[in-house]
Design a protein around this ligand. Structure first.
Ligand code: ATP
Ligand code: MG
Length: 397
């Protein structure tokens, strides 16, 4: 029988919230490993979690899923034996028996009642390995094989590697946010970074059919599906048909303000939706100075219409840094597909870079906004919920 030792991430630092954090993490792990529930036994101890895996063939798949769960610092595949010196020696010898090259032994004695000190045990193990394997030498700085033994209250844990995981905080401990997801590179990365800090993310996408294509919408489905492995497994994607409002926005006289006002309406709709779905923040992929509509003046004029905080996790990132993350999370190749999410007819030639709030307000006064926003929210948002590996449309909101 194999075991996976899961080390908790940053949550070990969180004082009184610790138990809540651990419970959330375990809940998230159980959810993501639902399909393996019959072959896993969960064993929780003070600083770590052990999954006993009854079918070793599934070990690799399970580790792969665990690596993407926020709140996990690292994993090790461990063997757990009784706290008996001879037994520990025997297992360590077996582990080192076929190895050729350098090695190192590390012993940590968490159970101070164990009769042998960590130093003595380490020496015993190293000496017996050297005696039994002629092809092996000690290298304490850069060993090719590192055998670690941890003496815990519930057994001696033996392992040879630490697999890095995603760190961060368990999704859900920081509440829920609504991510404005375009088909571009930045907003999926912003969603991922928000998830990393423990905030569950639902998505809102604006489309303007027939000007925007089915392929553009399909990108959004693909992007949310890619991010699912980091998200809560029952997230929602809201698709808002923005065409009626877009038509109204064509009446804006000050053409350079069209994008600013469109963004303000995105945010107004997002605020109302957040209220309905009990989300406490809005997330966008805006990056300071990246394009004309992402200046600090523009951000201020957009923030003005929001009751909720707008989180912009990639605000200070260069495009190159954002692309690097999007490649890591495998959204890049979807994002660069050439289908526009915003009606290109609508985009002004010279969008204002330093919009003024009073001008935006003045332009909006001439439009029938409140009614159209309410109508759109009630009638033109479709909800999709992630269920059993795919997004399913929800009948009634
Ligand atoms: P992205 O790469 O995320 O598309 P971008 O650099 O292209 O960002 P903009 O098109 O100016 O920037 O959009 C800024 C942000 O506004 C996006 O990151 C996203 O959060 C939001 N946004 C833009 N278009 C849409 C849309 N059609 N639906 C939902 N949100 C959108
Ligand atoms: Mg975009």
């Amino acid at each position: 029988m194999k075991n996976i030792l899961i080390r908790y991430g940053e949550l070990t630092l969180k004082g009184n919230n610790r138990n809540a954090f651990i419970s959330k993490l375990i809940q998230n792990i159980k959810y993501k490993l639902k399909q393996y529930k019959d072959i896993i036994v969960y064993k929780k101890d003070h600083n770590s979690l052990v999954l006993e895996i009854k079918d070793s063939d599934k070990l690799e798949e399970i580790c792969h899923i665990l690596q993407n769960i926020f709140g996990i610092y690292s994993l090790s595949i461990v063997e757990i034996v009784e706290k008996d010196v001879d037994l520990i020696l025997k297992r360590c010898l077996e582990v080192a028996s076929k190895h050729i090259g350098s090695f190192k032994v590390e012993v940590e004695r968490k159970d101070k009642g164990f009769q042998v000190s960590s130093q003595d045990l380490k020496t015993k193990i190293a000496v017996s390995i050297l005696k039994n394997n002629q092809n092996i030498t000690v290298d304490v700085h850069n060993p090719q094989l590192k055998i670690t033994v941890i003496i815990k209250h519930n057994g001696a844990f033996i392992f040879t590697s630490r697999i890095k995981a995603s760190k961060g905080l368990p999704v859900g401990v920081s509440g829920k946010g609504l991510s404005l997801l375009s088909g571009g590179i930045d907003s999926p990365v912003a969603s991922y970074l928000t998830l990393k800090r423990g905030m569950q993310v639902d998505f809102l996408h604006f489309m303007t059919p027939p000007h925007t294509s089915k392929e553009a919408l399909d990108k959004v489905f693909q992007l949310t599906s890619k991010i699912e492995k980091y998200n809560q497994s029952n997230f929602s994607l809201y698709i808002c048909d923005f065409s009626i409002i877009l038509k109204e926005l064509m009446h804006i006289k000050e053409e350079s303000y069209r994008i600013t006002i469109m963004r303000r309406i995105f945010i107004r709709i997002a605020n109302k939706l957040c209220e309905l779905i009990k989300a406490n923040a809005i997330i966008t992929g805006e990056s300071l100075g990246q394009v004309a509509s992402q200046t600090i003046e523009s951000i201020n004029v957009i923030n003005e219409v929001s009751k909720l905080p707008i989180l912009r996790p990639v605000l200070t990132c260069d495009k190159e840094e954002i692309i690097e993350i999007s490649k890591k999370i495998d959204t890049y190749n979807i994002s660069i597909l050439p289908f526009d999410d915003v009606c290109s007819m609508y985009v002004p030639k010279n969008p204002v870079t330093k919009p003024k709030s009073f001008i935006a307000q003045k332009q909006e006064e001439n439009l029938l906004l409140d009614e159209l926003i309410d109508y759109t929210i009630t009638n033109l948002i479709k909800t999709y919920i992630w269920k059993d590996g795919e997004l399913c449309e929800k009948e009634n909101k």
